[in-house]
Write a protein that binds this ligand. Structure first.
Ligand SMILES: CC(C)(COP(=O)(O)OP(=O)(O)OC[C@H]1O[C@@H](n2cnc3c(N)ncnc32)[C@H](O)[C@@H]1OP(=O)(O)O)[C@@H](O)C(=O)NCCC(=O)NCCS
Length: 190
């Protein structure tokens, strides 16, 4: 388990824990889901063999990179519904990048993504002392764009024609929120 660097976070109905090796089959299923790949990965979809995934997942669980954190997301009924992660953590510059994937479609569009991102942002700003948190997606990922915009992220720009998919190019959209903006947004929402 990634107990050394990730902890348990709770926010509303969701609970975020370190990755558990026991859940490898659920993670493997999401890893080989073409629709999730389309929405959250720039690597073209290719089915990965279980043995290869297992080696990668064990590495994430037992030897996590110091510049990242991975969490499992649980709903209030105890179901493992997705993953959340921080990457490119720079303690010196106090910035990182975040992402959330609700892998279980039955839980889409019900506010779980928002609560998970809220938990992750609280962790970034209140516990890791980040100054800036960024998020990226492709122009067609409307749900993620609405989610981060609703949480107070600002669109900072696009990397034009970044992704080649379905026979055409798509922009990558970059968002970020600063600690002052995060606190102002939370105060406004309270
Ligand atoms: C993107 C994702 C995390 C959103 O989580 P969710 O629990 O489904 O979304 P929520 O219910 O919290 O809603 C968040 C916002 O997205 C909007 N939204 C959710 N699903 C949507 C959809 N299919 N189309 C358009 N908007 C959508 C909601 O209306 C809400 O915006 P609003 O407050 O302006 O109304 C989730 O759909 C997901 O995991 N998708 C696949 C992976 C992915 O795209 N990850 C993000 C890239 S790292």
């Amino acid at each position: 388990m990634r107990t050394s660097t990730a902890k348990v976070l709770a926010q509303g109905r969701v609970r975020l824990t370190p990755l558990h090796l026991d859940n490898i089959y659920t993670h493997f299923h999401w890893n080989n889901d073409p629709e999730l790949n389309h929405l959250d990965s720039e690597i073209p979809y290719a089915e990965e063999a279980f043995g290869d995934f297992k080696r990668r997942f064990e590495e994430m669980v037992y030897h996590p990179s110091p510049d990242g954190r991975d969490f499992e997301i649980y709903a209030e009924d105890g179901t493992l519904i997705g993953v959340a992660y921080l990457t490119r953590i720079s303690p010196h510059n106090q910035h990182c990048t975040v992402g959330v994937t609700i892998g279980d479609r039955r839980y889409w569009g019900k506010g779980y993504g928002r609560e998970a991102l809220d938990a992750v942002l609280g962790y970034c700003f209140n516990e890791l002392g980040m100054h800036r948190v960024s998020a990226e997606t492709f122009e067609y990922n409307v749900a993620w764009r609405r989610l981060v915009e609703g949480m107070g992220f600002r669109e900072e720009g696009v990397e034009r024609d970044y992704l080649y998919r379905d026979g055409r190019y798509w922009d990558k959209v970059i968002y970020a929120i600063l600690d002052t903006e995060y606190r102002a947004h939370r105060a406004e929402a309270a």
